[in-house]
Design a protein around this ligand. Structure first.
Ligand SMILES: Cc1ncc(COP(=O)(O)O)c(C=O)c1O
Length: 400
């Protein structure tokens, strides 16, 4: 869609804004509300956040931590982020010079991209990808180079990856554990990526927001731990998923002092800072004992099993995720022309919302056989989804 000229002949809207559409994921949530559907589209829990984190936020507000925090983040939170990164990944980060707290990992990603991208720079993106990375590239001025992850195991072809790198490559965006595929990148895969980053002097921007949701013995490895990558990695993370507080909008970027100083400037003028009392609560949560994270992974494992069972009985072919909290499915067996038609049918006629696969691909045709469901939900929601999807089985069977 072109930005249309106004009366004086100049476009009324920016070319950048006209190059992407509204978020399909968030649109599916709106449709779910409109049609009173069970919402298995957007990745936010429908169960309570831990009592301790809520209490810490209440206490911070009561203690009048209600004014601007330091623009790059409350000291207590930056110290807690550094301590946790050291404890979980063995990587030391200086809270004074290497950590920027942002409004969610969404802003951390955008501020990081704007801090490093110049016109003509290319960014390598694995696809299917979390849909924000497309607009992130457009808004920061980067040209994305897409590299396919292929089902069933969502592996990439090392030669295809190598061909996507070149002198113009500024960075690769890596999301592990991955949304939407559930892939957890292995050490060998990270080494392949590392070698290309070193060879072409590129950054790795890693979105590790699902770091604690890993199953079947999979292990999350931070790119910053790989030899030669500490200085060239921007590690992005947030409170959102780990502590079930997606609405709080607190995330962060860990990077070298040089990159951090650029991220901090962009961040300061874009948002000034994340909510001060919620940063204090975050600092408290990041000190939760290891048992919190093992319980989290166990509970999500059980939710994964429950949703896999429901989807498989309803006739979906599922790609079992090893991490994060989504299930990518193959819908070709249902005989619908494409994913969007099927997703709209599901939300309006069956009463279950999911995300069309095309929203995770540059070329919508590549995702037309996929639908993504999330399992960050309660048993009540699963049961409601199971009851409704049972109707789908009969519809699809009667079509055969
Ligand atoms: C891979 C990935 N990164 C980032 C986000 C957004 O994170 P935040 O709430 O911290 O902005 C999501 C949310 O679904 C996600 O799946």
């Amino acid at each position: 869609m072109d930005a249309k000229p106004g009366a004086a002949g100049k476009p009324r809207l920016s070319d950048k804004a006209s190059r992407f559409t509204e978020s399909v994921i968030r649109e599916m949530t709106r449709l779910a509300i409109e049609h009173k559907a069970v919402n298995l589209s957007q990745g936010f829990p429908d169960f309570p956040a831990p009592a301790e984190i809520k209490l810490a936020a209440q206490q911070a507000i009561a203690a009048d931590i209600n004014q601007y925090a330091i623009t790059w983040g409350a000291k207590s939170l930056r110290q807690a982020i550094a301590a946790k990164f050291q404890a979980t990944q063995g990587v030391a980060a200086d809270p004074e010079r290497e950590i920027t707290v942002c409004c969610g990992s969404t802003e951390a990603m955008m501020s990081s991209m704007m801090a490093i991208i110049n016109p003509g720079d290319e960014v390598v993106v694995f696809e299917p990808f979390y849909e924000n990375y497309g607009p992130d590239a457009i808004l920061s001025g980067a040209t994305p180079r897409f590299v396919k992850l292929r089902p069933p195991d969502w592996e990439f072809d090392p030669q295809e990856l190598a061909a996507a790198f070149g002198p113009a490559t500024k960075a690769i965006i890596l999301n592990t554990p991955n949304n939407p595929t559930g892939k957890v990148f292995t050490r060998g895969e990270l080494e392949t990526i590392r070698d290309l980053c070193v060879r072409w002097n590129a950054y790795a921007i890693t979105d590790e927001i699902y770091e604690h949701m890993v199953y079947d013995g999979s292990v999350h490895i931070s790119m910053a731990t790989m030899e030669g990558m500490r200085e060239r990695t921007i590690t992005i993370n947030a409170l959102s998923k780990t502590y079930s507080v997606t609405g709080w909008r607190v995330g962060w970027a860990i990077a070298s002092p040089e990159v951090t100083s650029a991220i901090r400037k962009v961040h300061d003028f874009m948002t000034v800072g994340a909510a001060a009392p919620l940063q204090e609560a975050g600092a408290h949560a990041l000190h939760f004992p290891p048992g919190y994270y093992t319980a989290l992974a166990r509970e999500y494992h059980d939710r994964r099993e429950r949703l896999l069972g429901i989807l498989e009985s309803a006739g979906f072919r599922c790609f079992k995720p090893r991490g994060a909290y989504y299930i990518m499915t193959d819908i070709s067996g249902f005989g619908f022309p494409d994913d969007v038609t099927f997703a709209k049918y599901l939300v309006k006629e069956i009463g279950v919302a999911a995300v069309p696969g095309s929203s995770f691909y540059n070329d919508p045709a590549d995702g037309k056989n996929h639908l993504r469901f999330t399992f960050c939900k309660t048993e009540k929601t699963f049961q409601a989804a199971a009851d409704r999807l049972a109707k789908l089985t009969s519809v699809s069977t009667s079509k055969e």
